[in-house]
Design a binder for this molecule. Structure first.
Ligand SMILES: [Zn+2]
Length: 153
């Protein structure tokens, strides 16, 4: 599954990328017609808070709720999402697939990180480095909580 999020769903798009899903995030000002065209071309499901945009797309989910957890649950109600499917395989900022960090990149990480187990990853697009630090733990906890909520439902 691949997604296209409207510009209102920045945090949901980042969460989907963190879970490993290929997710295009619209920037403000992109015309609905252009977004629908892109979604069709690339086989992306449209996720939107905009009823009109949802109605205009045959493959879309109208996202409701306040905050990213509610948005994630709203999405999970409509389609099965593996929130821990392939965590940290994509850059949360730009959607690029992460690669293994090179030795010089690992050398730039804090000592406490470098001596740990990894994995150590890097984004080929923006150069952002990923390691199992506090941000990753927080994101993993959030993904696990969402997965758990679905199990309990
Ligand atoms: Zn990146």
């Amino acid at each position: 599954m691949r997604f296209l999020c409207d510009e209102m769903l920045v945090r949901l798009a980042r969460l989907l990328r963190a879970a490993g899903y290929d997710t295009y995030l619209a920037s403000g000002g992109e015309a609905d017609a252009a977004l629908l065209h892109l979604a069709r071309e690339e086989g992306r499901m449209v996720l939107t808070r905009d009823k009109r945009l949802a109605a205009a797309s045959p493959d879309s989910v109208l996202i409701e709720g306040l905050g990213v957890e509610q948005e994630a649950l709203s999405l999970s109600d409509a389609v099965p999402i593996g929130w821990d499917a392939d965590p940290f395989s994509r850059c949360v900022m730009d959607n690029a697939r992460l690669r293994e960090a090179s030795a010089p990149e690992v050398a730039r990480m804090p000592t406490s990180v470098r001596t740990g187990e990894g994995p150590f990853r890097a984004c080929p697009a923006c150069g952002r480095l990923y390691w199992p630090g506090s941000h990753v733990r927080r994101m993993n906890a959030r993904l696990a909580a969402i997965a758990q909520t679905r199990l309990g439902a």
